[in-house]
Ligand binder design. Structure first.
Ligand code: SF4
Ligand code: FES
Length: 370
């Protein structure tokens, strides 16, 4: 039975949606927050104070690219001073030796670096910018500083065949952990779903490559391989349950039960400029909308797995069925599972051109065909 009064463990602080990359699988919302609407330093420090008081122990500074914020060092110092474990989730652009030295002094505990592909041409094409070499530098300076490094690679049709080289690159970088995460379809990724979805042949070929690498690198580099939930019979326990463990604060101060929650239109989201975080966590309509199991309909309501997967993902339920209270359509017991099966069977032989991520008004970069 979920504890309805549990305290949050983690804060995902999305400091900015600004980013030097334009990845077509970005999980940020289609409508990105502009710089003018970002919270200022004082407000972010207050968010950190309130989060710690609520029980938060881990702070993930993310974005967009958190290094785009000049006050990142001050925010890291503040979170560290509160006793939080701090994780920097970065594209690596701007992460020079001097920058990581400063951040390490201030208390960054861990760096999670995104990588688009193993070879420079493909990586730069997927990210829509020449950034691959910055990532190599970033990995080197993080390791020279002695910090733990996770490399995160989102897998899709355009890099799946390079899995072995991607693993070799992470090994060269000295990564302690490699996350190979097949694209989950939210935000820009959902918009580009047909262009990004890997073929069944690609997925079949990946399993033995990953297994062999996991065995070979055991004890040196942990490899996590996550297949897209579309290929599973039951959904993922999204966020370990709605309003159960983590708070996300968007760049403009909107407080979200998960990073995609802005897609659910009738969710009454609160903002840190209007309410304190404790009220938002315990009492706000948005955090209570799908907490626990009382909101569930059949087939979840009487299902024995309801305390295991919590009915799956509310955002996916809304995005695919138009009603966030429906069973996640990934579930084989959902009456809407055909929507997922249809998407899986609709993979065209030739990929359509993906739309690159861009802030409204920004010139949209075009996907460069290989
Ligand atoms: Fe999970 Fe609901 Fe499916 Fe049961 S019916 S497995 S609770 S999503
Ligand atoms: Fe929102 Fe799963 S991403 S509940």
């Amino acid at each position: 039975m979920p504890d309805l009064h549990a305290r949050p463990l983690g804060l995902l602080a999305e400091l900015t949606h600004r980013c030097p990359l334009h990845c077509p699988y970005c999980s940020n919302p289609l409508e990105l927050v502009t710089r003018e609407r970002e919270l200022d330093t004082t407000r972010w420090c207050s968010v950190l104070d309130q989060a710690r008081e609520l029980g938060v122990l881990q702070v993930h500074f993310s974005g967009g690219e958190p290094l785009a914020r000049r006050d990142l060092p001050a925010l890291v110092s503040h979170a560290h001073g509160l006793g939080c474990y701090t994780n920097l989730v970065t594209s690596g652009v701007g992460l020079t030796g001097a920058v990581i030295a400063d951040l390490a002094e201030r208390g960054v505990d861990h760096v999670q670096l995104s990588v688009q592909d193993a070879n420079e041409v493909s990586a730069n094409r997927i990210g829509g910018a020449r950034t691959h070499e910055h990532k190599l530098t970033a990995a080197r300076v993080v390791k020279e500083r002695g910090l733990p490094l996770s490399v995160n690679v989102v897998l899709h049709r355009h890099n799946h065949d390079n899995l072995a080289s991607i693993i070799a690159l992470a090994e060269e970088m000295g990564a302690d952990r490699l996350e190979l995460a097949n694209t989950q379809y939210y935000g820009w990724a959902l918009r580009n779903r047909t262009a990004l979805m890997p073929t069944q042949d690609q997925l079949d070929a990946a399993q033995p490559v990953v297994r062999a690498a996991q065995q070979r690198l055991s004890g040196r580099m942990e490899i996590i391989y996550v297949i897209a939930d579309y290929h599973e019979a039951y959904p993922k326990p999204c966020m370990h349950g709605w309003g159960a463990r983590q708070i996300t604060v968007a760049p403009d101060g909107t407080v979200l039960p998960c990073l995609a929650a802005t897609v659910i239109p009738d969710l009454r989201l609160s903002n840190v400029t209007d309410h304190d975080l404790a009220w938002i966590w315990y009492d706000s309509p948005s955090f209570n909308a799908f907490r626990g199991v009382e909101w569930m309909r059949e087939p979840c309501r009487s299902c024995s797995r309801r305390f295991t997967d919590f009915g799956g993902c509310r955002c996916q339920a809304f995005l695919l069925t138009g009603d966030a209270a429906n069973t996640d359509p990934v579930c084989s017991l959902s009456p809407h599972r055909t929507l997922v099966d249809q998407a899986l069977s609709d993979i065209p032989e030739r990929s359509p051109t993906p739309v690159m991520r861009a802030v409204a008004g920004q010139r949209v970069r075009e996907w460069v065909e290989p």
